[in-house]
Ligand binder design. Structure first.
Ligand code: KG4
Ligand code: ZN
Length: 328
């Protein structure tokens, strides 16, 4: 069964064809990063206008690369939220138009659930119950997954998301945008050079990164950072602080709940320090999608759509975008 996925929740215009929820036949991502980087962050109005220009060609490329005809497609899965309203609207309306024109089923997908389903696109198989850590530009959620479509949110960020913290830290250190890859590339030297705070929020599965960001801001303000090796050590210390908190809290929750696996997902899960930390310290197996499937893509949306389709969760043409949608 082939599903076309469409993803336009933020600044990537993406379409993919996935077979049986796991085999990627095509996965096309048109990134807007060069357009937004000159502003140091995403400009929502610019993002939605760019989706309008690229969405249809991206879908056509995904169909061509997959060598798929419309009669081969069982359903269209499209992200309905969370995300930027204008950007989501482009994808949802395109999906409706194509579904109507070709008589296809339409499935609305929660972007955060989609991130989790990137773990079904690799060979490894998930075993329930598992603990999902979704770390992206807008979210840092700890979610218990009891089965397909069964999510219970345990914790979330109380302020900045992990990816947002990386983006802000990179701006403070003048490393450019997007911040996560920039910090990762710059990070070098002794991770203990600078003593940065970790918000443990004991007794809670929530996260908080705004204090860490402010501490970095004060560090840069009060010291001479003209020596690039100091900025490299500050980047490394910052990255280590984020990794320590995410991994320690997720692993503790996994032990408490007795889950069989930990599933990482979202753009920050592309971070090598985070991946390595989990691989070396988790008492249960950890699944992490390859970096290109951690960041926004439509293959994960199609994979999630497959499990909706299997359980009969098909939507009508009245689905709408839900910019503040959460999980669980
Ligand atoms: O999941 P994603 O592509 O989009 C959202 O749903 O938000 O995540 C984007 C976020 C950005 O904040 C970006 O800086 C961060 O993920 N990110 C990383 C890395 N690659 C992307 N953070 C740390 N290390 C990375 N290698
Ligand atoms: Zn995302």
């Amino acid at each position: 069964m082939k599903i076309l996925g469409i993803e336009t929740s933020c600044d990537e215009t993406a379409a993919a064809v996935v077979e049986d929820g796991s085999k990627i036949l095509s996965n096309v991502v048109a990134s807007q990063v060069d357009i937004h980087s000159r502003y140091g962050g995403i400009v929502p109005e610019v993002a939605s206008r760019q989706h309008l220009i690229t969405a249809l060609p991206v879908v056509e490329s995904a169909m061509t690369e997959a060598e798929a005809a419309w009669q081969d497609i069982a359903a269209i899965a499209v992200t309905i939220g969370p995300g930027l309203a204008g950007s989501l609207l482009v994808g949802v309306n395109l999906a409706k138009a194509i579904a109507l024109a070709h008589g296809l089923s339409l499935i609305g997908i929660n972007h955060l659930e989609g991130h989790i389903y990137a773990n079904w696109l690799s060979d490894a198989r998930s075993i329930f119950p598992c603990l999902c850590l979704i770390v992206s530009g807008g979210h840092s959620d700890l979610v218990l997954m009891a089965g397909h479509g069964k999510f219970e949110k345990l914790g979330r960020t109380r302020d900045d998301a992990a990816g947002e913290a990386f983006d802000k830290a990179a701006r403070i250190l003048n490393l450019g945008y997007p911040g996560g890859p920039a910090i990762e590339k710059a990070a070098e030297g002794n991770v203990a050079s600078f003593s940065l705070p970790r918000a443990w929020l004991k007794g809670s599965d929530d996260f908080s990164f705004s204090g860490l960001k402010t501490a970095l801001l004060h560090l840069v303000r009060d010291n001479d950072f003209s020596d690039p090796s100091l900025a490299a050590e500050a980047a490394a210390s910052f990255q280590q602080a984020v990794v320590d908190v995410l991994a320690t809290k997720a692993i503790k929750a996994a032990e408490r709940l007795g889950v069989k696996q930990i599933l990482l997902s979202g753009g920050v899960a592309a971070n090598k320090a985070l991946r390595d930390h989990f691989a070396h310290n988790s008492p249960v197996p950890v699944l992490i999608p390859p970096p290109s499937l951690c960041t926004d893509n439509a293959a994960m949306i199609a994979a999630c759509g497959y499990y909706h389709f299997q359980s009969g969760k098909i939507d009508g043409f009245d689905i709408d975008v839900i910019p503040s949608l959460s999980i669980g």
